[in-house]
Design a binder for this molecule. Structure first.
Ligand code: ADP
Length: 281
């Protein structure tokens, strides 16, 4: 088909030319240009860019962090596991011995259901029906993990930090979402947006808002130690900042809206206007 008459063949011929040259930056630019020219739809653009950025992603960037994991202690009864499955809406529950740093199994909803229709199995121990966890370092490339999920026929992995402690969990859905965007199923609770525009350059953020995403708003904060604005402010302050604590950074005023002893939950970001200075642009 002639390039000039079909937008899709045009973008694909541009893309394949750049793939041959193995030049990711130019390839990204080709996708952005093609999108600006109306040759690709916005969803196609975000998937293409997702594939490109996928190469640099690590498990740590994509996983559900340990503090958000719904887990259960090994000594729990099957009825307690069933209750957690129903309450959390998750179909696979990591099982820990003593602490969350010691995950010893994964219990699947599908393995537990038959126990409730067979009276003999109802009192089985969790240990007898849980499966062996698949552990991966949280520094593993997400792309490699996707291949491993497929070859091992696994859908969930426990991510470990460098000391062997639990860093989080990651499922095949987390990995695929990096390319196709959010996939919500019937049981997913609506997710809180990490960045919410309130108008006039004012934003409400969760403490988890990613530093990279803030660059798009014009706030460039770089750190090798932390990924989130909450982590950055805690590092800067040397403590977990409390409600109404204020920071001024790169022309922005940041006010803590809520936090607890361990985490910043919400904060407001707005242009900082110094007395007698022009407004932030
Ligand atoms: P499920 O449908 O069982 O929730 P998915 O693979 O569809 O499993 O995952 C959906 C999201 O829920 C992903 O972000 C994943 O990391 C997260 N998730 C899956 N299992 C758990 C769990 N036990 N605790 C916390 N988050 C989980």
């Amino acid at each position: 088909m002639d390039d000039s008459t079909d937008g899709h063949s045009s973008i694909w011929s541009r893309v394949s030319r750049f793939f041959c040259r193995d030049n990711e930056e130019k390839l990204e630019q080709a996708i952005l240009d093609a999108s600006a020219d109306g040759e690709v739809e916005p969803e196609e653009k975000s998937m293409l860019l997702g594939i490109l950025r996928f190469n640099d992603l690590l498990v740590h960037d994509t996983m559900t962090p340990r503090t958000d994991m719904d887990c259960i202690p090994l000594e729990s009864s099957l009825a307690e596991v069933a209750k957690l499955i129903v309450e959390s809406g998750h179909s696979r529950i990591p099982v820990f011995k003593d602490t969350r740093d010691n995950i010893v199994g994964i219990v699947h909803a599908k393995d537990i259901l038959p126990c409730f229709i067979d009276a003999k199995s109802e009192h089985l121990s969790l240990e007898t029906i849980m499966r062996e966890p698949f552990f991966v370092p949280d520094t593993k490339s997400t792309r490699t993990l996707l291949q491993e999920f497929r070859t091992r026929k696994q859908h969930i992995a426990i991510a470990l930090d460098e000391y062997g402690g639990t860093s989080g969990l990651i499922t095949i859905e987390d990995v695929i979402e990096e390319i196709v965007g959010d996939i919500e199923d019937e049981h997913d609770a609506p997710k809180e947006e990490d960045i919410r525009a309130l108008g006039n350059d004012v934003y409400e953020l969760t403490g988890r808002a990613n530093l990279e995403d803030l660059t798009e708003l014009g706030l460039s904060l770089e750190s090798d130690e932390v990924d989130t604005i909450g982590g950055y402010l805690c590092m800067m302050a040397g403590h977990v900042p409390g409600k109404d604590e204020v920071f001024t950074l790169e022309g922005w005023r940041i006010t803590i809206l809520s936090s607890d002893q361990k985490l910043i939950h919400r904060l407001r970001l707005e242009p900082f206007v110094a007395p007698d200075a022009p407004a932030h642009e």
